[in-house]
Design a protein around this ligand. Structure first.
Ligand SMILES: Cc1cc2nc3c(=O)[nH]c(=O)nc-3n(C[C@H](O)[C@H](O)[C@H](O)COP(=O)(O)OP(=O)(O)OC[C@H]3O[C@@H](n4cnc5c(N)ncnc54)[C@H](O)[C@@H]3O)c2cc1C
Length: 420
């Protein structure tokens, strides 16, 4: 455990970013008696935390850089319909990210990163249960079924291999191997093209937008101010406190600050020694009507399409587009996801799409989040969770709140040092 110079426990903390990670940190700071202000340049769940797939899947929460990613090859990633897309002309920052990501896409690095995830995965649900017990009014749902479906057994072998690696790394995950017919019995929304499947056990899901808003309501009800439309442009450590300056000219002092700005973490983090690139891994989603709403998530790994039941509709999500978070929604990607899913689902109207959305996964080159103290003892980072900020957001908030209020870094956070 790194030595941290003693500073008095902060009484007033500003959390920058009202996504899952920022709001969970705010909530758990309140549990420890801290007065919190949450500032977001837009509002609650304005970033990646709204239109994502909402899977709470610690059993398959693994580092993104892995050897299979490299096998895609350049031709695949340059095509607009490919599930992983890199623009042909990458800027210096993206090149730095891609070089680091490639360096980490080895089996040995994957195993090291997986070891960092396992203690977090083990406790991920515990943090959701604490939020429920503490009055957050949105449910987590047990996934009665969670089916990964394929056209062929050969396609399925990729996930079976991965599950074997996950298991041998020490992560608990129970699953059944199903034929196409067995999969349709579990999940009648699968089409006849599905010839092989895997059913995962013990996972959950949420409606992420609804959940994060309920979390915000709880944080507000417990006495925090949430300031929407408040873009933070300056964070200044003044020794005994931290000044937070917004683009509208507001200038407030706090005892400590948490940077939970998702894909934009680097903008405010760099001057506090956070040098790891946080790159937008953009994903798209929309929702559709379907005759038989699945009773849990449905995953088409070969197409990289993730589906989640949201009330009487199905959210369909996918794509990993490494480009600027500010770029507009690219309709070709929405259509590519719809066309990929069309032959695989039964009774789904993929042309009756609503809520078309693009959002940015905050991806790091080593696939690990950035959680903990920065170069300043009063400025903390919480972000960079890539594909898993919903699953691990609440536990991140819990552990970071412990570190901020006690000055001791919980062991689970050791591998996520924002200064690495
Ligand atoms: C298609 C897709 C599917 C996904 N599916 C899943 C899934 O099933 N399960 C899972 O665990 N994860 C999933 N993820 C990943 C997950 O959505 C993210 O990891 C998570 O939402 C990140 O949360 P965050 O709070 O760190 O960032 P965000 O939700 O992006 O929040 C950051 C906030 O900071 C604000 N902000 C930025 N800069 C400033 C500033 N200067 N001043 C003030 N505010 C600022 C933004 O407005 C934003 O509201 C998915 C992502 C995508 C795109």
């Amino acid at each position: 455990m790194p030595a941290i110079e003693p500073t008095p426990a902060p009484q007033r903390v500003a959390v920058l970013g009202a996504g899952m990670v920022g709001l969970a940190t705010a909530w758990f700071l309140q549990e420890r008696g801290v007065q919190v202000t949450v500032l977001d340049r837009t509002g609650v769940a304005a970033g990646a935390s709204w239109g994502n797939a909402g899977w709470l899947t610690p059993g398959i929460t693994t580092p993104l850089p892995e050897p299979a990613v490299l096998r895609y090859g350049l031709r695949a990633v340059l095509s607009p319909s490919s599930p992983v897309y890199v623009p042909p002309r990458a800027d210096a920052r993206l090149l730095r990210f891609l070089a680091g990501f490639t360096r980490h896409s080895t089996a040995a690095k994957w195993r090291t990163a997986m070891r960092a995830y396992i203690p977090m995965n083990r406790r991920a649900f515990e943090a959701f249960d604490a939020l429920a017990a503490g009055g957050v009014q949105s449910m987590t749902h047990e996934a009665k079924s969670f089916v990964a479906a394929y056209r062929t057994e050969a396609e399925r072998s990729v996930l079976l291999d991965e599950l074997a690696h996950i298991h041998s790394a020490g992560q608990e995950i129970e699953f059944d191997v199903l034929t196409g017919a067995e999969a349709r019995e579990v999940e009648p929304s699968l089409s006849d093209t599905i010839g092989a499947a895997i059913r995962l056990h013990g996972q959950r899901f949420i409606n992420p937008g609804e959940y994060v808003h309920a979390l915000a309501d709880s944080v507000r009800a417990r006495g925090a101010s949430l300031v929407n439309g408040s873009a933070v442009v300056g964070v200044h450590d003044e020794g005994s406190g931290v000044r937070v300056v917004t683009s509208a000219g507001a200038d407030e002092r706090y005892d400590a600050v948490v940077l939970a700005t998702g894909t934009w973490l680097g903008e405010l983090g760099r001057r506090f020694g956070v040098r790891t690139v946080v790159q937008a891994g953009r994903g798209y989603s929309f929702s559709i009507p379907i005759e038989h709403v699945p009773s849990g998530p449905v995953y088409f790994p070969a197409q990289r399409v993730a589906c989640t039941p949201l009330g009487d509709r199905l959210r369909v999500a996918g794509m990993m587009e490494f480009r600027s978070a500010e770029a507009p929604l690219d309709r070709r990607r929405v259509l590519a996801i719809a066309e990929a899913a069309r032959p695989l689902l039964r009774g789904a109207d993929l042309d009756a799409r609503t809520d078309e959305w693009v959002g940015s996964r905050p991806c790091t080159p080593d696939g690990l989040p950035l959680i903990g103290r920065t170069r300043s003892p009063r400025v903390f980072a919480a972000g960079g969770h890539g594909m898993w900020g919903i699953t691990l957001g609440p536990l991140t908030g819990d552990l970071l709140a412990e570190q901020i209020t006690t000055g001791r870094q919980p062991a689970e956070l050791d591998p996520f040092d924002p200064l690495r």
